[in-house]
Ligand binder design. Sequence first.
Ligand code: KG4
Ligand code: ZN
Length: 336
Amino acid sequence: LKDIKILAIESSCDETAAAVVVNGREALSNVISSQIDLHTLYGGVVPEIASRKHIENINYVIEKALRDSKCTLDDIDAIGVTYGPGLVGALLVGVAEAKAIAFAKNIPLVGVHHIEGHICANYVDNKDLKPPFVCLVVSGGHTHLVVVEDYGKYRILGKTRDDAAGEAFDKVARAIGLGYPGGPKIDKVSQNGNPHAYEFPRAKITGSEYDFSFSGLKSAVLNQINLATMKKETINQADIAASFQNSVVDSLVTRAMHALEETGMKKFAIAGGVASNTAVRKAFQEECSKRNIDFYRPSPVLCTDNAVMIGSAAYYEYINGTRHGWDLNAIPNLKL
Ligand code: KG4
Ligand code: ZN
C-alpha cells in the first residue's frame, strides 16, 4: 500500500504552521511560527495583526516544512488546511495559500475542522489509539466533550455555555497581573500555590450534565481580588491561580468521568491548548487509572495549535473521500 503524504496548513489564530504527515500518524516535519511576542504587547490576539503576520510568514513556514520532511510538492498526495472555526482573516490566509498550491500543482484539497485537528493530534502521539473513545477538547476557543465514534464521526455530549476553559485561564491571568498568554503562566505559578486556599465555585448547569460554564468562576476570582483591594490586603497570586486552576480541573474531570461511566467506554483522550496543563494531565491520569480507563494525551507541542494535527485529520477525511473544490472558503463559526 502506498503511503499517503499530506502537506497541512494551519492559520486559524496566532500561529502560522505547516507540516508533512504520513498516513495520519507520523509527522515528517512540524513548523510553527508563533506570533505570541507580538500580541503580548496588546494583551491578547489582535485579529488584523494576526492576518498580516500570517501572510508575511506562510511561504517560509511551508518551505521549511517541506525541506525538513525532505519532500517536494511532487511527493504530496493532498493539501490539508484549517477552514474554520477561527479568526476569519487569519483563516483566509491559510485557505487561499492551500488553494493556490493545490491549483498550481493539481493536488487534491481537503478542508479540515480545527477541533477535529485537535482531537487527531492524539493519533500522532498514541499510535495504538483507535475510535471509539471519549475526548475532551479544551482550547482557547472551545470546551467540548465529544464521543469519537469513528474517524471523522463525532457526537458532542456537552460544551461550554459561556467562556472556553482556555479563555478563563487567559482572563484570570490578566486579572491577577500575570499577563498574556495566561494558561502557561497560571500553570507555572500554581505550582507554588495552595489549590485549597480559596473555595471557588464549580458551576453546574441544570438539565445538561455535560455542559460547562466558566464565567461564574472568573467573576468569583475577580470579586476576591476586588475584596482584597478594598480591605487593602495583598492577594497571594500563586494561591489564587492554584485555586482557580483546581476549580477548572474539577469541572473538567467530573463531566469527563461521568461521560465515561454513562457510555461505558474505556478509552479517554484530552486535546487542545489546556490539555498541556500540568494539573489537568495529572488529574486525568489519576482519575483514569483509578477506573481502569486508558488515558491518552498528545505531547504538549501537539496540544497547542500546530499543523501536524491538521495533517492527521486531513488524512482520515481524505481516505473517507472528502475533497474540497476551488470554492472552499473560511468559515469562522464552522460546526463540528
Ligand atoms: O488550542 P490552542 O492553542 O488554540 C485554540 O484553538 O484556542 O489553545 C490556546 C489556549 C489559550 O487559552 C492558552 O492560555 C491555553 O490554551 N493554554 C493553557 C496552557 N497552555 C496553553 N492553559 C492552561 N495551561 C497551560 N499550560
Ligand atoms: Zn486550537
